[in-house]
Design a protein around this ligand. Sequence first.
Ligand SMILES: Cc1ncc(COP(=O)(O)O)c(C=O)c1O
Length: 336
Amino acid sequence: MFFFANSGSEAVDTALKIAIAYQRIIGQASRTRFVGREKGYHGVGFGGISVGGMVNNRKFFGPLLSGVDHLPATYNLEKNSFSKGQPKWGVHWADELEKIVNLHDASTIAAVIVEPVSGSAGVIVPPIGYLKRLREICDKHGILLIFDEVITGFGRLGKPFATEYFDVVPDMITSAKGLTNGTVPMSAVFVKSKIYDAFMHGSGDGAIELFHGYTYSGHPLACAAGLATLDVYKEDGLFERALSLSDYWEGVAHSLKDYPYVKDIRNLGLIAGIELESRKDKPGARANDVFAHCYERGVLVRVTGDTIALSPPLIIEKNEINQLFETIGEVLNKVE
Ligand SMILES: Cc1ncc(COP(=O)(O)O)c(C=O)c1O
């Protein structure tokens, strides 16, 4: 079942609220805590920044939501640098959830939220087995698992959703961006039927089941854009296209390994991150210079901190992939 909203941030706050309300409905009202992850990005609502782990997005905004813990980011360059696809090392990071459970007791925790592949913190790909382990620990303790698929949803990894790619089924998925291809603002929370049913098995007197919603939830224009986008995905086989390009993408991305300042290259599906050595005087400055020089050459890249984060349109062609990475390589030879 789906709950529509207008942005990824709203979808995340909606999912967090559904989690607490669901636990209450099923008689677990003491479950109000959340677990997010360091370096996580879940938008800019108070819920999203509270469970998120981007320091600058948090530090200006006071105490945030109470009752939130963070798993460690699955990031270790000594062990995992230049991994192609999922790193082999690091499944144990999921066990940190057991420590949080031991600290607070499972009866206080409503949900865990993670991006299957973290994007805005600089493309951090989960180690093999990590998400499955998280799922197992959540199941063991009656904790809901939320995948924030605002980036990974709708074909980014060559499957409709990351849940299919990793073969791990969360209790809720948040999505936005690809839902309408960004043409009209829209987001959605997907919930398992057990959650939907719990809300719907109320008094049946027509009362509101979930006291939450937005004026523009399910706006007809956004719905039309969403339906049209689904048609294009299907007719043009764009998810399959992403899948068939992902090996090529990986190969070209990793060809930049020996270029100046390249500290790590990470990739999965049609996502890649090129982490640069930080400039001592000003972290992030080198990546910003790369952005500026690429832009002058007609190539738009996104940078986050010291990482160039790439997530191209699913219609990208091989020659455009070449152009993208060749331009970055050329620029890396130039920047200081
Ligand atoms: C994983 C994730 N969650 C949530 C958001 C927030 O989405 P929005 O900017 O539409 O609020 C983003 C945006 O990039 C995102 O990447």
